[in-house]
Design a protein around this ligand. Sequence first.
Ligand code: CA
Length: 336
Amino acid sequence: MRIRKSRMLVFALCISVAALFLAVTAASAANPKIGILIYKYDDTYISTVRNALNKALEGKAEVTMQDGKGDQAAQNDQLDVLIERGMDGLIVNMVDAQAAAGVVSKIKDRGIPVVFFNREPDLNTLKTYDKAVFVGTNAADAGRMQGDIIKKLWDETPAYDLNKDGKFQYVMFKGEPDNPEAIARTEFSVKQAEENGVKMDQIGQTFVCNWDTALAQQAMESALAANEGKIELVVANNDGMAMGAIAALSNIGYNVEGGSKFIPVIGVDATDQAVDAIGKGIMSATVKQDGEAMGNAVSEIILNMIAGKAPLDGTSYKYDDSGIAVRIPYSPYSGK
Ligand code: CA
Protein backbone atom coordinates (compact mmCIF):
# COMPACT_ATOMS: atom_id res chain seq x y z
CA MET A 1 0.00 0.00 0.00
CA ARG A 2 2.70 2.34 1.04
CA ILE A 3 4.66 1.73 -2.17
CA ARG A 4 1.60 2.24 -4.32
CA LYS A 5 0.82 5.46 -2.54
CA SER A 6 4.28 6.89 -3.11
CA ARG A 7 4.12 5.82 -6.76
CA MET A 8 0.84 7.69 -7.05
CA LEU A 9 2.47 10.69 -5.48
CA VAL A 10 5.41 10.58 -7.89
CA PHE A 11 2.96 10.21 -10.78
CA ALA A 12 0.91 13.19 -9.61
CA LEU A 13 4.05 15.20 -9.11
CA CYS A 14 5.16 14.38 -12.65
CA ILE A 15 1.82 15.52 -14.03
CA SER A 16 1.97 18.82 -12.19
CA VAL A 17 5.60 19.42 -13.23
CA ALA A 18 4.61 18.70 -16.81
CA ALA A 19 1.64 21.07 -16.52
CA LEU A 20 3.85 23.75 -15.03
CA PHE A 21 6.39 23.25 -17.81
CA LEU A 22 3.65 23.57 -20.44
CA ALA A 23 2.32 26.69 -18.75
CA VAL A 24 5.78 28.28 -18.70
CA THR A 25 6.40 27.32 -22.34
CA ALA A 26 3.04 28.72 -23.40
CA ALA A 27 3.65 31.96 -21.51
CA SER A 28 7.10 32.50 -22.97
CA ALA A 29 5.92 31.66 -26.48
CA ALA A 30 3.20 34.30 -26.18
CA ASN A 31 5.58 37.03 -25.04
CA PRO A 32 9.14 35.74 -25.01
CA LYS A 33 11.94 37.60 -23.28
CA ILE A 34 14.67 38.61 -25.72
CA GLY A 35 18.01 40.01 -24.60
CA ILE A 36 19.96 42.12 -27.09
CA LEU A 37 23.66 42.93 -26.69
CA ILE A 38 24.99 45.76 -28.87
CA TYR A 39 28.73 46.39 -29.38
CA LYS A 40 28.15 50.12 -28.96
CA TYR A 41 25.17 52.44 -29.32
CA ASP A 42 27.39 55.21 -30.72
CA ASP A 43 27.56 53.84 -34.27
CA THR A 44 25.42 55.26 -37.05
CA TYR A 45 24.82 52.02 -38.89
CA ILE A 46 24.17 49.97 -35.74
CA SER A 47 21.61 52.58 -34.63
CA THR A 48 19.53 51.84 -37.71
CA VAL A 49 19.68 48.12 -36.88
CA ARG A 50 18.64 48.82 -33.26
CA ASN A 51 15.66 50.87 -34.38
CA ALA A 52 14.60 48.17 -36.81
CA LEU A 53 14.93 45.48 -34.11
CA ASN A 54 12.82 47.44 -31.64
CA LYS A 55 10.18 48.06 -34.27
CA ALA A 56 10.08 44.47 -35.53
CA LEU A 57 9.88 42.98 -32.01
CA GLU A 58 7.34 45.44 -30.63
CA GLY A 59 4.32 43.57 -29.27
CA LYS A 60 5.98 40.22 -30.05
CA ALA A 61 8.57 40.05 -27.30
CA GLU A 62 9.75 41.71 -24.12
CA VAL A 63 13.05 43.26 -25.20
CA THR A 64 16.02 44.13 -22.98
CA MET A 65 18.82 45.92 -24.86
CA GLN A 66 22.30 46.66 -23.51
CA ASP A 67 25.09 48.99 -24.70
CA GLY A 68 28.50 47.25 -24.65
CA LYS A 69 30.23 50.64 -25.17
CA GLY A 70 33.00 48.96 -27.14
CA ASP A 71 34.11 46.90 -24.11
CA GLN A 72 34.03 43.11 -24.44
CA ALA A 73 34.48 42.54 -20.68
CA ALA A 74 31.40 44.72 -20.02
CA GLN A 75 29.47 42.81 -22.67
CA ASN A 76 30.38 39.49 -21.02
CA ASP A 77 28.93 40.79 -17.74
CA GLN A 78 25.78 41.93 -19.51
CA LEU A 79 25.43 38.47 -21.02
CA ASP A 80 25.69 36.84 -17.58
CA VAL A 81 22.92 39.09 -16.25
CA LEU A 82 20.63 38.38 -19.19
CA ILE A 83 21.17 34.63 -18.86
CA GLU A 84 20.36 34.81 -15.14
CA ARG A 85 17.20 36.74 -15.93
CA GLY A 86 15.97 33.78 -17.98
CA MET A 87 15.95 35.12 -21.52
CA ASP A 88 14.13 32.94 -24.06
CA GLY A 89 16.33 34.19 -26.86
CA LEU A 90 19.47 36.28 -27.34
CA ILE A 91 20.69 38.61 -30.09
CA VAL A 92 24.40 39.37 -29.96
CA ASN A 93 26.46 42.03 -31.76
CA MET A 94 29.95 41.13 -30.48
CA VAL A 95 32.33 43.88 -29.36
CA ASP A 96 35.24 41.60 -30.18
CA ALA A 97 34.29 38.84 -32.61
CA GLN A 98 37.40 36.91 -31.50
CA ALA A 99 35.78 36.43 -28.07
CA ALA A 100 32.83 34.51 -29.47
CA ALA A 101 33.92 31.05 -28.26
CA GLY A 102 33.36 31.94 -24.59
CA VAL A 103 30.06 33.64 -25.35
CA VAL A 104 28.77 30.70 -27.39
CA SER A 105 29.72 28.20 -24.70
CA LYS A 106 27.89 30.15 -21.96
CA ILE A 107 24.73 30.39 -24.08
CA LYS A 108 24.97 26.76 -25.16
CA ASP A 109 25.12 25.62 -21.51
CA ARG A 110 21.64 27.11 -21.04
CA GLY A 111 20.30 25.99 -24.42
CA ILE A 112 19.13 29.51 -25.33
CA PRO A 113 18.64 30.22 -29.06
CA VAL A 114 20.96 32.98 -30.29
CA VAL A 115 21.39 35.10 -33.39
CA PHE A 116 24.73 36.86 -33.85
CA PHE A 117 24.79 39.77 -36.25
CA ASN A 118 27.09 42.31 -37.97
CA ARG A 119 30.49 41.58 -36.39
CA GLU A 120 31.27 38.12 -37.62
CA PRO A 121 32.54 35.41 -35.27
CA ASP A 122 34.39 32.40 -36.64
CA LEU A 123 31.51 30.41 -38.13
CA ASN A 124 33.16 27.15 -37.07
CA THR A 125 32.77 28.34 -33.47
CA LEU A 126 29.08 29.00 -34.08
CA LYS A 127 28.68 25.58 -35.65
CA THR A 128 29.47 23.96 -32.29
CA TYR A 129 25.98 25.03 -31.17
CA ASP A 130 22.87 23.96 -33.08
CA LYS A 131 20.83 26.94 -31.85
CA ALA A 132 23.14 29.63 -33.23
CA VAL A 133 22.75 31.58 -36.48
CA PHE A 134 24.73 34.49 -37.94
CA VAL A 135 23.25 37.36 -39.95
CA GLY A 136 25.75 39.61 -41.72
CA THR A 137 26.71 41.07 -45.03
CA ASN A 138 29.15 39.89 -47.67
CA ALA A 139 32.24 42.09 -47.41
CA ALA A 140 33.25 41.51 -51.02
CA ASP A 141 29.85 42.78 -52.22
CA ALA A 142 30.45 46.30 -50.90
CA GLY A 143 33.68 46.43 -52.91
CA ARG A 144 32.05 45.00 -56.01
CA MET A 145 29.30 47.59 -55.78
CA GLN A 146 31.93 50.33 -55.60
CA GLY A 147 33.47 48.77 -58.73
CA ASP A 148 30.11 49.02 -60.50
CA ILE A 149 29.80 52.66 -59.40
CA ILE A 150 33.32 53.36 -60.79
CA LYS A 151 32.27 51.90 -64.15
CA LYS A 152 29.16 54.08 -64.21
CA LEU A 153 31.09 57.26 -63.31
CA TRP A 154 33.72 56.49 -65.97
CA ASP A 155 31.13 55.89 -68.70
CA GLU A 156 28.87 58.81 -67.83
CA THR A 157 31.49 61.53 -67.45
CA PRO A 158 34.42 61.33 -69.91
CA ALA A 159 35.74 64.60 -68.42
CA TYR A 160 36.83 62.65 -65.30
CA ASP A 161 39.74 61.34 -67.40
CA LEU A 162 41.75 64.51 -66.79
CA ASN A 163 44.89 63.44 -68.66
CA LYS A 164 42.92 61.64 -71.41
CA ASP A 165 45.02 58.48 -71.12
CA GLY A 166 42.03 56.12 -71.00
CA LYS A 167 42.83 55.12 -67.41
CA PHE A 168 41.21 56.11 -64.12
CA GLN A 169 43.98 57.46 -61.82
CA TYR A 170 42.75 56.82 -58.28
CA VAL A 171 43.77 57.00 -54.63
CA MET A 172 42.61 54.32 -52.19
CA PHE A 173 41.70 54.79 -48.50
CA LYS A 174 41.69 51.59 -46.50
CA GLY A 175 40.10 51.05 -43.06
CA GLU A 176 42.50 48.87 -41.09
CA PRO A 177 45.38 46.70 -42.33
CA ASP A 178 44.03 43.32 -41.18
CA ASN A 179 40.29 43.94 -41.06
CA PRO A 180 38.50 41.49 -43.38
CA GLU A 181 35.95 44.11 -44.47
CA ALA A 182 38.71 46.59 -45.31
CA ILE A 183 40.72 44.01 -47.22
CA ALA A 184 37.71 42.84 -49.24
CA ARG A 185 36.48 46.37 -50.06
CA THR A 186 39.96 47.48 -51.14
CA GLU A 187 40.49 44.45 -53.35
CA PHE A 188 37.08 43.96 -54.90
CA SER A 189 36.31 47.59 -55.74
CA VAL A 190 39.29 47.76 -58.11
CA LYS A 191 38.88 44.19 -59.35
CA GLN A 192 35.23 44.73 -60.22
CA ALA A 193 35.95 48.05 -61.99
CA GLU A 194 38.61 46.28 -64.05
CA GLU A 195 36.30 43.37 -64.81
CA ASN A 196 33.80 45.99 -65.96
CA GLY A 197 36.42 47.17 -68.47
CA VAL A 198 37.78 50.25 -66.68
CA LYS A 199 41.58 50.54 -66.66
CA MET A 200 42.51 51.41 -63.07
CA ASP A 201 45.79 53.14 -62.23
CA GLN A 202 46.61 53.72 -58.55
CA ILE A 203 48.44 56.87 -57.51
CA GLY A 204 50.78 56.36 -54.55
CA GLN A 205 50.40 53.72 -51.86
CA THR A 206 47.09 52.67 -50.30
CA PHE A 207 46.38 55.06 -47.41
CA VAL A 208 45.51 53.05 -44.29
CA CYS A 209 43.53 55.50 -42.15
CA ASN A 210 41.71 53.33 -39.58
CA TRP A 211 38.26 54.37 -40.86
CA ASP A 212 39.07 57.85 -39.50
CA THR A 213 38.05 61.18 -41.06
CA ALA A 214 40.92 63.29 -39.69
CA LEU A 215 43.61 60.78 -40.72
CA ALA A 216 42.12 60.55 -44.19
CA GLN A 217 42.09 64.33 -44.51
CA GLN A 218 45.82 64.49 -43.66
CA ALA A 219 46.64 61.70 -46.11
CA MET A 220 44.61 63.40 -48.85
CA GLU A 221 46.34 66.72 -48.19
CA SER A 222 49.73 65.05 -48.72
CA ALA A 223 48.47 63.25 -51.82
CA LEU A 224 47.16 66.51 -53.27
CA ALA A 225 50.38 68.35 -52.44
CA ALA A 226 52.30 65.82 -54.50
CA ASN A 227 49.73 65.03 -57.21
CA GLU A 228 47.22 67.82 -57.62
CA GLY A 229 45.63 67.61 -61.06
CA LYS A 230 46.64 63.96 -61.45
CA ILE A 231 44.09 62.36 -59.10
CA GLU A 232 40.88 61.52 -60.98
CA LEU A 233 39.04 59.41 -58.41
CA VAL A 234 38.94 58.79 -54.64
CA VAL A 235 37.87 55.35 -53.39
CA ALA A 236 37.36 54.90 -49.63
CA ASN A 237 36.42 51.83 -47.57
CA ASN A 238 33.96 53.95 -45.60
CA ASP A 239 32.19 57.29 -45.70
CA GLY A 240 34.15 58.59 -42.71
CA MET A 241 37.39 58.54 -44.72
CA ALA A 242 35.60 59.77 -47.84
CA MET A 243 34.49 62.83 -45.84
CA GLY A 244 38.14 63.44 -44.81
CA ALA A 245 39.23 63.32 -48.46
CA ILE A 246 36.44 65.75 -49.39
CA ALA A 247 37.53 68.14 -46.62
CA ALA A 248 41.07 68.17 -48.05
CA LEU A 249 39.72 68.71 -51.57
CA SER A 250 37.43 71.56 -50.57
CA ASN A 251 40.31 73.33 -48.80
CA ILE A 252 41.90 73.85 -52.20
CA GLY A 253 38.68 74.64 -54.06
CA TYR A 254 37.57 71.22 -55.26
CA ASN A 255 34.25 69.56 -54.34
CA VAL A 256 32.70 72.75 -53.01
CA GLU A 257 28.93 73.09 -53.27
CA GLY A 258 28.16 74.90 -56.53
CA GLY A 259 31.88 74.95 -57.46
CA SER A 260 33.35 74.10 -60.88
CA LYS A 261 36.18 71.73 -59.89
CA PHE A 262 35.14 68.23 -58.82
CA ILE A 263 36.84 64.89 -58.31
CA PRO A 264 34.55 61.90 -57.82
CA VAL A 265 34.65 60.40 -54.30
CA ILE A 266 32.95 57.16 -53.28
CA GLY A 267 32.55 55.54 -49.86
CA VAL A 268 30.60 52.85 -48.02
CA ASP A 269 27.92 53.07 -45.27
CA ALA A 270 25.54 55.81 -46.46
CA THR A 271 26.03 57.79 -43.24
CA ASP A 272 23.94 60.95 -42.80
CA GLN A 273 26.97 63.12 -43.64
CA ALA A 274 27.64 61.19 -46.85
CA VAL A 275 24.00 61.30 -47.92
CA ASP A 276 24.05 65.04 -47.26
CA ALA A 277 27.32 65.47 -49.24
CA ILE A 278 25.89 63.48 -52.15
CA GLY A 279 22.78 65.67 -52.05
CA LYS A 280 24.98 68.78 -52.26
CA GLY A 281 26.89 67.34 -55.20
CA ILE A 282 30.28 67.26 -53.43
CA MET A 283 30.45 63.44 -53.25
CA SER A 284 29.51 60.94 -55.96
CA ALA A 285 28.10 57.86 -54.30
CA THR A 286 28.25 55.39 -51.44
CA VAL A 287 27.19 51.84 -50.74
CA LYS A 288 24.41 51.32 -48.26
CA GLN A 289 24.36 48.66 -45.59
CA ASP A 290 20.67 48.11 -45.13
CA GLY A 291 20.29 48.27 -41.35
CA GLU A 292 16.54 47.92 -41.50
CA ALA A 293 16.73 44.73 -43.57
CA MET A 294 19.34 43.43 -41.11
CA GLY A 295 17.13 44.16 -38.08
CA ASN A 296 14.10 42.55 -39.67
CA ALA A 297 16.01 39.41 -40.58
CA VAL A 298 17.48 39.03 -37.10
CA SER A 299 14.09 39.42 -35.41
CA GLU A 300 12.25 37.03 -37.72
CA ILE A 301 14.93 34.39 -37.20
CA ILE A 302 15.12 34.65 -33.40
CA LEU A 303 11.30 34.51 -33.09
CA ASN A 304 11.27 31.33 -35.19
CA MET A 305 13.97 29.75 -33.05
CA ILE A 306 12.21 30.66 -29.79
CA ALA A 307 9.02 29.11 -31.16
CA GLY A 308 10.98 25.91 -31.78
CA LYS A 309 10.81 26.25 -35.55
CA ALA A 310 13.68 26.01 -38.02
CA PRO A 311 15.45 29.43 -38.03
CA LEU A 312 14.49 30.32 -41.62
CA ASP A 313 11.03 28.72 -41.53
CA GLY A 314 8.50 30.78 -43.48
CA THR A 315 11.04 33.51 -44.33
CA SER A 316 12.57 34.52 -47.66
CA TYR A 317 16.14 34.17 -46.33
CA LYS A 318 18.65 31.57 -47.46
CA TYR A 319 21.84 30.33 -45.84
CA ASP A 320 25.12 30.91 -47.63
CA ASP A 321 27.58 28.04 -48.23
CA SER A 322 28.35 27.84 -44.51
CA GLY A 323 24.81 26.58 -43.82
CA ILE A 324 24.65 28.78 -40.72
CA ALA A 325 24.91 32.39 -42.01
CA VAL A 326 22.43 34.65 -43.78
CA ARG A 327 23.83 37.55 -45.87
CA ILE A 328 21.88 40.79 -46.26
CA PRO A 329 22.75 42.48 -49.56
CA TYR A 330 24.21 45.98 -49.86
CA SER A 331 22.72 48.53 -52.24
CA PRO A 332 24.38 51.41 -54.12
CA TYR A 333 23.36 54.96 -53.22
CA SER A 334 23.95 57.95 -55.46
CA GLY A 335 20.98 60.05 -54.39
CA LYS A 336 19.26 59.48 -57.73
CA1 CA B 1 43.27 59.29 -66.67
